[in-house]
Write a protein that binds this ligand. Sequence first.
Ligand code: B12
Ligand code: SF4
Length: 592
Amino acid sequence: MAQIDLVLLHAPSVYDFRERSIMFGPVSDMVPSTPAFEMYPLGFTSMAEYMERHGLRVRIVNLAVLMLNKPDFDVEAAIRDMNPVAFGIDLHWLPHAHGSVEIAKIVKKYHPDKPVIFGGLSSSFFHEELITYPSVDYVVRGDSTEEPITRLMYAIKGRGRVQDVPNVTYKTRDGSVVVNPLDWVPDDMNDISLDYSFNMKSVIRYRDIMGAVPFKDWLQYPVCASLTCRGCTHNCATCGGSAYSFREHFGRKKVAFRDPELLVRDIEHIQKYIPGPIFVLNDFLQGGRDYTAAFIRGLSKINLRNPIGFEFFKPPAEEFYEFLNENLNDYSVEISVESHDDEVRAAFGKSHYTMEQVEESIAAALRNNCSRFDLYFMTGIPTQTAASVLETGEYIESLYAKVDNDKRLLAFSSPMAPFLDPGSLVYDNPEKYGYRKLANTLEEHRQLLVQPSWRYIMNYESDAISKEEMVDATYEVGKQLNSLKGRIGVIEPEVAARTEERIAQARVAMARIDAVMGDEPHVRDRKIAALKSEFDCLSESTVCEKTELNWPAYARPRNLWYCVMLWVKENVASLMKVVHKPEVSYETPENR
Ligand code: B12
Ligand code: SF4
């Protein structure tokens, strides 16, 4: 088998989560991952595809999924047996602060001379601290690293100089830190591709399904994402991916779009291999009328059969849903409104629409054959009190009544946890938003992640709601919503009963932890360790059943046929040792 240049490793949030007793709580209830946050960044796929197109061999290994799926999976042995030129580790989401650095230590233990490269938004934010860890050699900063990491890999292989590679922070031989300028910030997203056949080829090449899947239950629910743009035009106060955060911390002054024709091509490609729903991330309406028309008409032309879902940053009007209905077979919509209260929403940075407009939009979507309308609320946002959270529960009941309890409407509520996003408006100006930050450095966040419960893990506290109140209000509104959905038939009564039971047990478990926090450390640790299996059961699908998030998926014989073709092609290529030719030369005048 050809020499692998880069192995991209995805760590669990907390490295030794299988041994530690932690009540992670409902922190991952709204995403497909478990609290190990085992989903790797989409950027792994775009970087790997780009590097392979430019002559490098890359493998993705999702250590978090392997650890979840095989209780006896030996991480150290697996890393010891790898032999690439370099290792890449994502610290994109801050909740991976513990796991990613621990994995880097293991890599260095077995491969002291191999370079370890970090990247992702949190790595970019904390790059100066991250590079001081002995197990980290390079940090590639920014939101678009496909080209910089390719150049860095060539430099590591002796073709080019690290000081010429944009966006890189690194240590020299004498240990001093060099910060190259962050000037690779492309204006569009047309040079990259979210090509899922890369992941499938990887499965075929390395005979390793579990190491390549994006999250634990992906084979049962093969949801795929497609990406319209990088950056955002909005400024939600707690979001580390806002216009402000991108400008201040990641060098991006304007949103980079992917041409609608390319986006349609990405989706056509997914439909060829994968039967699951396709989720179009980042609101494409930000691209304007022409962009929207070209994209939706393009989807109509490819006769899209996978269910497709769109995320919108403000509620679209009726004529837009009519347009979707004319062109698509099966579409769904998702909007995060955060609170029912327009004043709270304004404090959060969502004053550009009212709840009245949201209600009109929901009714219009349902009239125009929208398959599902997901509405997200959040606890812990600026100025939101415990009473306001509970009012949200009552409001949602009245909202369902307004649409005659239409089962296509699905409302969810979850906490802003575990962390306030680094580089968000609130993170950078906590007092202005009525917050107190409980951690500043990366190391402090690593320590928080191993606290006994999500209440103690959280990196902030709001003046408007204490941590205790927030925990309680989060479970209470979850309970209200669950019982409402059970009553009106949005979910089966047995599902509602199970969730209610889990919420009740979770509250008891949280109270037990609080009760022992004042004990001597060794007594406290012993009591908490005894509760591990209970915590593990109560930290997944807490405030709702995870399957409630799922849209339907139907396998088609055509998908199987294309997968078989890919399998044959990849095996023949491997037998003939096909080597990709780089499209560009990464040599610089100095080393030519
Ligand atoms: C899409 C998205 C998601 C998708 C994830 C899809 C996926 N697998 O990546 C979903 C909805 C599942 C999601 C979940 C979460 N998300 Co999110 N998400 C986004 C969003 C809207 C867009 C991200 C994007 O455009 N990616 C584009 C792809 C192609 O690039 P990329 O994955 O970022 O990778 C590039 C770079 O980051 C970098 N890079 C990444 N990893 C590595 C590794 C190496 C070695 C290198 C060199 C480079 C590198 O290079 C890549 C290629 O250019 C952003 C907000 C925004 N406006 O940006 C929030 C955002 C990234 N998410 C955020 C958060 C907090 C989360 C959650 C933790 C929330 C939660 N508690 O559940 C979870 C974590 C899920 C998990 N890991 O299991 C925060 C992150 C803040 C922070 N710094 O910690 C953001 C900024 C804003 C927000 N609050 O939503 N998210
Ligand atoms: S939460 Fe707000 S700022 Fe962040 S990506 Fe979504 S719309 Fe943009």
